[in-house]
Design a binder for this molecule. Structure first.
Ligand code: PLP
Length: 494
């Protein structure tokens, strides 16, 4: 059936899009998605646009009269798409690479159709119970003890904020009623390599930036437990109250893993909340030979991990597991009269575990992903990504002009161009320039970090379409760009 030419409802009524029109436009949209996923490589990975380009192509005001869906879809393709950086591209290696997989996309579509708000159990029992059940499955697959209860949030930043709010609740039981004014200063301990979301949580919780102490890391970027002990002692002598220890497994810069078991020892000695941030690497705990990096996480009080990073689930989906959910509930539960229900006490109300009242039905897409790929399918995909990352790391190690900057425990490689033809001062600008060149080709996208004061490049693998041939091409682009940069430097100096 052809789509109507006019966007407003057919009989001038005030209703929604008619079912026949939805079916026709929906088929077109789903066909487009199938083709997009099959041919995503034809797009430049990094959007090749200038700031303001998209806004310049859009009308100044929203339409007064409805527009036909065909026209809206055309504009999506012609105006919006050029401004998209394609995270679903097999050569997207920036930040942490991800996949919005087929089953995940379909789950997201159905979530939008149901449009439930699972704030309390009765506002959508399936929203609550599928979340609980799927997270129990996932917990068992990850090898976490049954005591951990899960809840889904939008991002790891919010999950960590909530976990640290529970820790603050334990450290300052009075804060819920009277706030922190007049209380001793409090501190969260995390490594220098911890994600900035920990500092943001401290800001939000009223602890301030000084409320995070960055503990020394070793030469492999892992938090040093002895340095943690010393920091705690020193702060105690200054009257600072410790709130929590944050361990990271899969740090943002290098994907290093803090020694969680040793840190758990310290946290237990000091009676402190231990939060483990494995936003990226968490999925790999499903793979027995990779679980070694998580040793000791079962002793944590809370763990955050994002299925939207390395578990093939579309953005957004972050899981917070808590061994003491009652502390989380104490920190957040506040029930206005209109949300009181008869099920109170017999069913969980997910609004009690964070700031947001409303919550999307995110469990549906995660449930689709777990069922469609199955645990074995997920493990083999993660193993393949780790294999590819190690292969790329070998290429780097074998080339005397390049160096590996950090170990590769998961699927992220950190490396730099360090040709003897460039002196030390020239190396940072050279790495920045060659990264721009590679990203500018639109064929691959990598990001960067600064380690020990020097610029390094990061290549992360997490897309289900990435094959060895893509990495071969990216390696070729990197080496070619490096040669061009060295040539430019030489001619500038010569
Ligand atoms: C270790 C770690 N924690 C937290 C985050 C923040 O994740 P989100 O974007 O879900 O807030 C990141 C982001 O990459 C991360 O690498």
């Amino acid at each position: 059936m052809a789509m109507r030419k006019n966007g407003s409802s057919p009989d001038g009524s005030t209703g929604d899009m008619p079912p026949e029109e939805f079916r026709a436009a929906g088929r077109e949209a789903v066909d487009w998605v199938a083709e997009y996923l099959a041919e995503v490589e034809k797009y430049p990975v990094l959007a090749q646009v200038r700031p303001g380009q998209l806004r310049g192509a859009l009308p100044d005001a929203a339409p007064e009269q409805g527009e036909p869906m065909e026209q809206i879809l055309d504009d999506f393709r012609e105006v919006v798409l050029p401004g998209v950086t394609h995270w679903n591209h097999p050569s997207f290696h920036g930040y942490f690479a991800v996949t919005g997989s087929g089953p995940g996309i379909l789950g997201e579509l159905l979530t939008a159709a149901l449009n439930v708000n699972a704030m309390v159990w009765r506002s959508s029992p399936a929203g609550t119970e599928l979340e609980e059940h799927t997270l129990d499955w996932l917990r068992d697959l990850l090898g976490l003890p049954e005591a951990f209860e899960g809840v889904i949030n939008d991002t790891a930043s919010h999950s960590s904020l909530y976990a640290l709010a529970a820790a603050r609740e334990e450290a300052y039981p009075e804060a819920r009623e009277v706030g922190l004014a007049g209380s001793p200063r409090g501190r969260i301990y995390a490594s220098r390599e911890a994600h900035s979301s920990i500092e943001k949580a401290a800001l939000t919780l009223g602890l301030g930036r000084e409320g995070v102490r960055k503990v020394e890391a070793d030469d492999q970027f892992r938090m040093n437990p002895e340095a943690l002990r010393e920091a705690l002692e020193e702060d105690r002598s200054r009257g600072i109250r410790p709130v929590a220890v944050v361990a990271t497994v899969g740090t943002t810069s290098t994907s290093s893993a803090d020694p969680v078991a040793e840190l758990a020892e310290v946290a237990e000695e000091w009676g402190l909340w231990l939060h483990v941030d494995c936003a990226y690497a968490g999925a790999s705990a499903m793979v027995p030979e990779l679980r070694v990096h998580f040793r000791g996480w079962e002793r944590a009080d809370s763990v955050v991990f994002n299925p939207h990073k390395w578990l093939f689930t579309p953005v957004d989906c972050s899981v917070l597991y808590c061994r003491r959910p009652e502390a989380l509930e104490r920190a957040f539960s506040l029930t206005p009269e209109y949300l009181r229900t008869r099920e109170q006490g017999t069913a969980r109300n997910l609004m009690d575990y964070g700031v947001a009242l409303g919550r999307r039905f995110r469990a549906l897409k995660l449930w689709f992903v777990l069922r469609y790929f199955g645990a074995e399918g997920i493990r083999s995909r993660i193993r393949e990504h780790v294999r590819l990352a190690r292969l790329f790391a070998e290429w780097v190690e074998e080339d005397p002009d390049w160096e590996l900057v950090a170990p590769v425990p998961f699927s992220t490689v950190v490396f730099r161009y360090a040709s003897p033809e460039l002196d030390g001062e020239e190396q940072d600008p050279a790495n920045e320039e060659l990264l721009e060149k590679v990203n500018g080709t639109g064929e691959a996208f990598l990001s960067h970090t600064r380690l020990r004061g020097r610029i390094s490049l990061r290549l992360s693998i997490g897309n289900l379409r990435t094959r060895e041939k893509h990495l071969t091409r990216t390696w070729e682009l990197l080496r070619r760009s490096a040669t061009e940069v060295v040539g430019q430097t030489a001619s500038r100096l010569g």
